[in-house]
Design a protein around this ligand. Structure first.
Ligand SMILES: Cc1cc2nc3c(=O)[nH]c(=O)nc-3n(C[C@H](O)[C@H](O)[C@H](O)COP(=O)(O)OP(=O)(O)OC[C@H]3O[C@@H](n4cnc5c(N)ncnc54)[C@H](O)[C@@H]3O)c2cc1C
Length: 463
């Protein structure tokens, strides 16, 4: 009966009811939008106050005219609260946390987002490559992180594209069998990270005579991730294998390496570890490459002739050092593979990025009883995702890590370190020093090979 009365009332007052309905919807929308704007402004103000307002790598640039404020980009970002809506427009509110996944660009229905390198004021040095990842030197390719783009799935994609292009070029001239120099190979791939693995698989699929050399161990940067590190990677297509897909796009370092090792064994890939590439010269048949075996006692330089070369050496081959005397002591390291090896030790970790913070977290595990100090250069964490920041803060609150902001190492001695702790010099006992100060992009080395390097000031991807 009451329902009938309500229906009668609504049909008698239809106009009033519709107006009230839309007024309520509008009020709710206005409330949520103003809350979004308030949140966005708060995060942006926090970033600016901590001097973290400028992106460090590949990042989205939003066209405010095209942006409709639908928020699909904010939801698509795998790193969390990096993009937010302010006054119905997407804004990069935590720029230094962006690692260039590019999911926002793909998600935007208005094509209002472009991924760019560097900013108007901060240039980023990138080797000049075309859409096939070929450098200004014909037949020499650069793929993966060395080309300026991080992430495993980008490295895989680029390794495949470069190999495909090299194959097409080789097809236009006589293949190896027709060449007189029998020691000449079609393709040399340098570096066995995800880019080198994908290139090797593609080379095998295409029937190329190829070799992949790796100075350390197969797996690239992933091999050096801390034990049990969770790797975030969206599905990527591996030649001869198919879609590399993991549960919820999360996989542990060990599982990923096991999968890659399985692929390597099954496909009998021609990958030679502990072989370091040293030099490259133009040769009448392509390139003459100098290399050394890093495990041999006698490191006699050797050469090989390759018609095409893919450089997939990443950027961590040359970790950024502190530039201090005694940095070559065995207690100083630039990566941490297994934190369990360190027990009851006095440890200093330098670096407020993800690598440094993850190493400090692993070393501070309660069963290890280490005393861990984390030195951060600035007043806050930069280049570190929210999850890691929360975890490290929890450990600091529990007294398991001491976070020292605006601090650095001044002197290194076998059993001690001199630290600058916010302007105050202090000598501390020390067993191990882990440095995660980023990596120098090997521009100098690339320049000696004749590869052109460009400074990008907020420019879009060429490829
Ligand atoms: C701490 C950390 C966490 C990360 N987490 C993720 C993540 O969760 N998801 C993700 O997608 N990406 C992540 N990344 C980024 C990802 O690891 C890289 O983008 C990716 O490994 C790049 O692949 P690559 O093949 O270009 O180079 P790399 O993986 O760096 O491999 C390059 C290889 O080349 C070798 N090499 C270098 N110089 C020479 C030489 N002269 N001769 C022979 N070999 C040489 C190196 O030893 C190395 O093995 C992370 C990176 C770090 C540092």
């Amino acid at each position: 009966m009451e329902t009938q009365t309500l229906i009668n009332w609504l049909s008698d007052h239809f106009e009033l009811a519709t107006t009230a309905f839309f007024a309520i919807i509008s009020a709710v929308a206005i409330y949520f939008r103003s809350r979004q704007t308030k949140n966005g402004k708060k995060t942006l103000a926090k970033s600016l106050a901590k001097n973290l307002g400028e992106p460090l790598t590949l990042h989205p640039e939003i066209d405010p005219v095209k942006c409709l404020g639908c928020g699909t980009c904010t939801a698509a970002c795998p790193e969390g609260d990096i993009l937010k809506l302010i006054d119905h427009k997407a804004v990069l509110v935590a720029p230094t946390k962006c690692v260039g996944h590019g999911e926002c660009e793909k998600a935007c229905p208005q094509s209002a987002i472009t991924l760019v390198f560097g900013t108007k004021t901060r240039g980023m040095e990138i080797p000049r490559i075309n859409s096939n990842y070929e450098t200004n030197i014909q037949g020499l390719y650069i793929t993966g992180e060395l080309g300026g783009m991080g992430l495993i799935r980008n490295a895989i994609k680029q390794g495949v594209i470069a190999t495909q292009h090299a194959f097409k070029q080789l097809k236009q001239s006589p293949l190896r069998s027709a060449l007189s120099a029998t020691s000449t190979i079609d393709l040399l791939i340098i570096g066995a990270g995800p880019a080198g693995l994908a290139a090797s698989l593609k080379a095998k699929e295409l029937g190329l005579n190829y070799l992949c050399i790796e100075q350390n161990s197969f797996g690239g940067t992933v091999f050096n991730f801390p034990r049990q590190k969770i790797v975030m990677t969206v599905p990527a297509d591996l030649p001869l294998v198919g879609l590399m897909k993991f549960k919820a796009n999360h996989v542990s370092k060990e599982e990923l390496l096991e999968f890659w090792n399985g692929v390597r064994a099954k496909q009998a890939l021609n990958i030679q570890e502990h072989t370091k590439f040293d030099s490259l010269q133009i040769h009448e048949l392509g390139f003459q490459i100098g290399y050394t075996h890093t495990k041999n006692e006698v490191k006699a330089p050797q050469t090989i002739i390759a018609r095409k070369v893919i450089l997939a050496i990443g950027v961590r081959g040359s970790p950024r050092k502190l530039g201090l005397p005694n940095e070559d002591l065995a207690k100083v390291a630039y990566n941490l593979i297994d934190a369990e090896q360190y027990e009851n030790k006095q440890i200093v970790v330098v670096g407020g990025g993800n690598a440094g913070v993850e190493a400090a977290i692993a070393l501070a595990k309660d069963t290890l009883h280490n005393e861990v100090r984390l030195l951060v250069r600035g007043k806050a964490f930069d280049r570190c995702n929210e999850t890691n920041q929360n975890l490290v803060q929890q450990l600091a609150n529990a007294g398991r890590i001491t976070i020292c902001y605006e601090s650095s190492v001044k002197e290194i001695f076998p059993e001690t370190l001199t630290l600058d702790l916010t302007g105050e010099k202090k000598s501390i006992a020390n067993d191990y020093l882990f440095v995660f100060a980023g990596a120098e992009m090997p521009q100098k080395f690339l320049a000696t090979l004749g590869v052109a390097i460009d400074q990008k000031f907020g420019e879009a991807l060429a490829a």
